[in-house]
Design a protein around this ligand. Structure first.
Ligand SMILES: Nc1nc2c(ncn2[C@@H]2O[C@H](COP(=O)(O)OP(=O)(O)OP(=O)(O)O)[C@@H](O)[C@H]2O)c(=O)[nH]1
Ligand SMILES: [K+]
Ligand SMILES: [Mg+2]
Length: 448
C-alpha cells in the first residue's frame, strides 16, 4: 500500500451491451464526490436509493437510476465505493462514463484493478482472487461450486493452516539453535519439529496425489475424437454439440483443423475435439492435420477411437499406443449393418449410429460417468491450478528435505522449513508475489 492517495477509478462492472440494468462502479477517495456532483445528496451507507444521475457540468439529467454508497472500509476494495445502477442502454452507459472523466482525479480502471485494490487492502488473498476470476469464468455447476469455495477462502484456509504448522516447527528448531550448547534441549525441540512435519508431509502428498481433479474441473475434461477418415467423427461432434460445428462430407480427409465444442454434462465441463482422420496415403495438408490429431489425443483425458461398422476394423495407429489406456472404442454407422442382428462387439466397444441417433445418448451418459469418475468428490478442497501445484510441490520437497536431512546441521534444517513456509505463503500472497500479480489480475476484464 502506498501513502499517496491512488487515483479514483471507475468502469462498467456489468457486461457490455444492451441490458435491463448496467452497473458502473467507482472506487477511491473521489467516489463520494461523484455522488455530490452527479447524484446528490449522498445516501445512507449501503442503502439503495433512486436518484437523477446528472452531468457534473451543467446538471443535465443523463438517466434516472439507483445509487449505492459504500464508505471505506466496508466495500469490495476497502476504499470508498459508489455503484450507479443505470438503465442498460449503450448511450446511457457511454454518457455516464464520459461524464465521470470530467471529474478531476478520476480515470477508467485497468483490467482487474478493482480486484487488485481489494487484494492490496487485504480484503481478498491471492488464492481468493484467483477463485473470483474462476467464478466469473465458471460455465458449469461443478466449476461454479469449486470456484466459489476457493473465492471464499477454502483453499487459503488449508494452505495457511499448513504454513502455520511449518512456522510452529520452525520455532522449535530455532529454539534449539538458541540452546546450541545444551545438546539435550536441542534434541528435544528438534524431535518436536520432526513430529509436526512428519504428520504434515502425508497430508500434503495426499493433496498432490489427486489425479489433477480440480484442474480438470477448472479447465474442462478433454475428449478427442479420433479414427480413420470417414468414420463419422465430425458427424458425432455435431450430434454432441447439437449444431453444425464441423463440416461433414462423404469425402475422406474432410477435417484438417482441430474443432472444439464445449459441453455441460450434468455440471461437468467437457471439451470435445474433432480431428483429422488417420490414414497412410495423405497429402501434406492432411498430414499436418494428422500431426495435430496426435497432439490433441496426447493432451486428452479420454480418446474416442471411432470406426465404421461397414469398413475393415481399423486398429489404432502405433502413434496412439501411448493413449490406449484411456481410449474408448466406438463403432459408428451400425444403421448400415444388414440383417438387423446386433453386431457382436468386444465388451468395451460402444455401438452407435450418428445417422439414426441410436446409441448417442448412451455414449453421452458414458462420457459423463467417465468424466465424473476422474473429477470425483465435489466439495473436497482440491488443487485447482498449476501455479498452486508447483508451490505445494516445492513446499513438500523442502519438508521431505527437512525430514531426511542431518539433524546436527540445524541451520540447514531451519532453512528447509523457511523455504516450505515461503512456498505456501506465495500461494495466498502472504509473501513476495510481485512477480505474478500482473499475470493474475490481467486475467480479469475491465470493471472487475
Ligand atoms: N449411414 C451412416 N452414415 C454416417 C454416419 N455417421 C456419419 N455418416 C456419413 O459418413 C460420411 C463421413 O462423415 P464425417 O463425419 O465427415 O466423417 P469424419 O470421420 O469426420 O471424416 P474425416 O473428417 O474425413 O476424417 C458422411 O457422408 C456422413 O454423412 C452414420 O451413423 N450412419
Ligand atoms: K469425411
Ligand atoms: Mg471430419
Amino acid at each position: 500500500m502506498t501513502s499517496q492517495p491512488e487515483p479514483t477509478i471507475f468502469a462498467l462492472a456489468s457486461a457490455p451491451g444492451r441490458a435491463g440494468v448496467a452497473v458502473v462502479r467507482i472506487s477511491g477517495t473521489g467516489a463520494g464526490r461523484v455522488l455530490d456532483f452527479m447524484a446528490a445528496p449522498r445516501p445512507e451507507p449501503r442503502r439503495a436509493v433512486g436518484r437523477a444521475i446528472r452531468h457534473p457540468e451543467g446538471g443535465t439529467v443523463l438517466d434516472r437510476g439507483v445509487v449505492l454508497w459504500f464508505p471505506s472500509p466496508k466495500s469490495f476494495t476497502g476504499e470508498d465505493v459508489v455503484e450507479l445502477h443505470l438503465h442498460g442502454g449503450r448511450a446511457v452507459v457511454q454518457a455516464v462514463l464520459a461524464a465521470l472523466t470530467v471529474l478531476p482525479g478520476l480515470r477508467l480502471a485497468e483490467p482487474g484493478e478493482f480486484a487488485r485494490r481489494a487484494f492490496e487492502a487485504g480484503k481478498l488473498d491471492l488464492a481468493e482472487v484467483e477463485g473470483l476470476a474462476d467464478l466469473i469464468d465458471a460455465e458449469t455447476e461443478g466449476q461454479r461450486r469449486q470456484a466459489l469455495a476457493q473465492a471464499t477462502g477454502a483453499l487459503s484456509g488449508l494452505y495457511e493452516g499448513w504454513r502455520a504448522s511449518v512456522i510452529d516447527a520452525l520455532a522449535y528448531v530455532e529454539a534449539g539453535l538458541d540452546f546450541s550448547d545444551e545438546a539435550d534441549i536441542g534434541e528435544k525441540t528438534f524431535a518436536e519439529a520432526r513430529s509436526i512435519i512428519g504428520v504434515l508431509v502425508p497430508a500434503v502428498n495426499h493433496h498432490l496425489d489427486d489425479g489433477h481433479r480440480g484442474e480438470i474441473l477448472r479447465e474442462g475434461f478433454r475428449v478427442a475424437l479420433t479414427g480413420p477418415p470417414n468414420a463419422g467423427k465430425s458427424s458425432l461432434l455435431n450430434a454432441l454439440a447439437r449444431r453444425d460445428a464441423a463440416i461433414v462430407s462423404a469425402e475422406a480427409g474432410t477435417t484438417r483443423d482441430v474443432i472444439e465444442v464445449r459441453l455441460d454434462l450434468k455440471g461437468l465441463p467437457v471439451i470435445v475435439s474433432d480431428t483429422a482422420g488417420f490414414r497412410e496415403a495423405a497429402g501434406d495438408i492432411e498430414r499436418e492435420g494428422m500431426r495435430r490429431s496426435l497432439a490433441v489425443a496426447q493432451a486428452a483425458d479420454l480418446v474416442l477411437w471411432l470406426t465404421d461398422a461397414t469398413g475393415p476394423r481399423t486398429t489404432m495407429p502405433a502413434e496412439l499406443a501411448a493413449v490406449a489406456d484411456r481410449t474408448l472404442l466406438v463403432l459408428n454407422k451400425v444403421d448400415l449393418l444388414s440383417g438387423g442382428s446386433a453386431p457382436v462387439l468386444p465388451d468395451d466397444m460402444v455401438p452407435l449410429s450418428v445417422k439414426s441417433g441410436e446409441g448417442v445418448a448412451d455414449l453421452v451418459e458414458r462420457l459423463q460417468v467417465i468424466a465424473s469418475e476422474r473429477i470425483g468428490h465435489p466439495g473436497e478442497t482440491v488443487l485447482t491450478q498449476v501455479r498452486h501445484r508447483r508451490l505445494v510441490e516445492l513446499a513438500r520437497d523442502s519438508l521431505v528435505a527437512f525430514l531426511q536431512g542431518a539433524s546436527d546441521d540445524v541451520e540447514l534444517r531451519a532453512e528447509d522449513l523457511r523455504r516450505a513456509a515461503d512456498a505456501l505463503g506465495r500461494i495466498t500472497g502472504r509473501v513476495d508475489v510481485e512477480d505474478v500479480l500482473d499475470q493474475i489480475f490481467g486475467r480479469f476484464c475491465i470493471g472487475k
